[in-house]
Design a protein around this ligand. Structure first.
Ligand code: FES
Ligand SMILES: [Fe+2]
Length: 393
């Protein structure tokens, strides 16, 4: 039985919901709380070879993800010695050795190679017991998620995504790296995220792209599952459960446009292009309180890929590339609005008035408020015994 429920009502939003757009303390509070949420750090295809690594962010902290043999591990990007960042580029390959004084770490993040250790620290590396701060990780398809563990972290990634897990897994079970692009937006990350959940602005903001196309807002059903939500055209109330079941048993075949949002900052869109279906994943990352970055991965939908010929698959790659130009135009139109909102954010005190076609923004903000009321994410995440359990890949 699915936990998803079609929408019936729009919740109200209270409080100074825009404070983190303009107040460094509120932004810092927000990012600290979000560090405990399962968040996409990168893709398994970003680190195909042993010792490949990528740098990423998790809430307010820099982290890195590294392939170590047949496992993937992640750590806070901060040396246990004098807190130098171990990784100072977005990607690379190499053992975990800090460039400041050459401390070297093993797979568990233990400092095992410390130059002149007994002489300078009066102990062996083992006695010193210095370790990197671990990030708990798990995968869904090719997505690598991470979080800083807290004493309350009791949901696995699969449990956290709920019915969204089989769907996201089916969307992202790829045998090659997808194309990617990044958009920089001079606005708080919640503004581009909000507009991606807004079906009301299409006519005004996208008149020449898809605003005149009424199908996006007529006969739509919104589903809510946990902190996450989905947009389905059509009013069949069992459509969500059906899709979950078909993604689970590998029989799902796309036939309708779909949008999913996974709290806190990931969306997955599947749309039809000439002759095939395209998936676009978007991650809305905070860079500063008034700057964000949308990471986008796009590719032909992988469903039933085994039934497709090589030439068809090649064709779909070109279609995906073409579709990305169209999506870039749409996102550009959205981002102009976001930056104009950010420009007057200091004036925003009241919560917005949300109509039925903006209902998912209200749901997102409810989850967000719950997150903001959590205790601080601990500085040291070695609070649970299983935190060092690596993701098998
Ligand atoms: S700060 Fe990393 S080895 Fe000194
Ligand atoms: Fe838009």
């Amino acid at each position: 039985m699915s936990a998803a429920t079609p929408s019936d009502a729009t919740p109200s939003m209270t409080g100074s919901w825009a404070r983190a757009f303009i107040d460094p303390a509120a932004f810092s509070h927000e990012q600290n709380r979000l560090a405990r949420y399962w968040t996409v750090l990168g893709l398994t295809t970003d680190i195909p070879k042993d010792n490949d690594w990528i740098r990423s962010t998790l809430g307010d902290r820099s982290v890195f993800v590294q392939r170590l043999g047949d496992t993937i591990r992640a750590f806070e990007n901060r040396c246990a010695h004098r807190h130098f960042p171990l990784r100072n580029a977005d990607r690379g390959n190499g053992v975990m050795r800090c460039a400041f004084h050459h401390w070297q770490y093993d797979k568990q993040g233990r400092a095992v190679g410390i130059p002149r250790c007994p002489e300078l620290f009066d102990k062996t590396p083992r006695e010193l017991g210095a370790t990197l701060n671990p990030v708990e990780i798990a995968t869904c398809g090719i997505l690598i998620f991470g979080r800083f563990a807290t004493p309350e972290s009791n949901q696995s990634l699969e449990e956290y995504l709920g019915d969204g897990f089989p769907i996201l897994k089916a969307f992202t079970s790829l045998d090659k790296a997808p194309r990617r692009m990044t958009r920089k937006v001079k606005a708080n990350w919640r503004l581009p995220l909000h507009i991606s959940m807004d079906d009301y602005h299409l006519v005004a903001v996208h008149p020449s792209t898809f605003g005149k196309n009424g199908y996006l807002t007529t006969g739509v059903t919104y589903f809510r599952f946990g902190d996450h939500c989905a947009y389905f055209p059509g009013a069949e109330r069992d459509a969500f459960d059906k899709m979950v079941a078909e993604c689970r048993d590998g029989t799902y075949d796309p036939h309708r446009f779909r949008i999913f949002h996974f709290f806190p900052n990931l969306s997955a869109v599947m749309f039809q292009a000439p002759g095939c279906w395209i998936v676009m994943l978007m991650q809305y990352r905070a860079v500063a309180m008034d700057k964000s970055e949308i990471r986008i991965w796009y590719y032909p939908a992988p469903f039933q890929a085994h039934k497709q010929s090589k030439s068809f698959r090649r064709y779909t790659e070109y279609v995906a590339l073409g579709a990305s130009y169209y999506m870039t135009r749409v996102l550009g139109e959205d981002n102009v609005v976001n930056e104009q909102q950010q420009a007057i954010a200091v004036q925003i005190a009241e919560p917005p008035l949300l109509g039925h076609h903006e209902e998912r923004i209200g749901w997102f903000e409810e989850a967000y408020r719950r997150a903001m009321n959590l205790p601080p994410t601990p500085v040291d995440s070695r609070v649970r015994e299983n935190v060092e359990k690596p993701a098998e890949v």
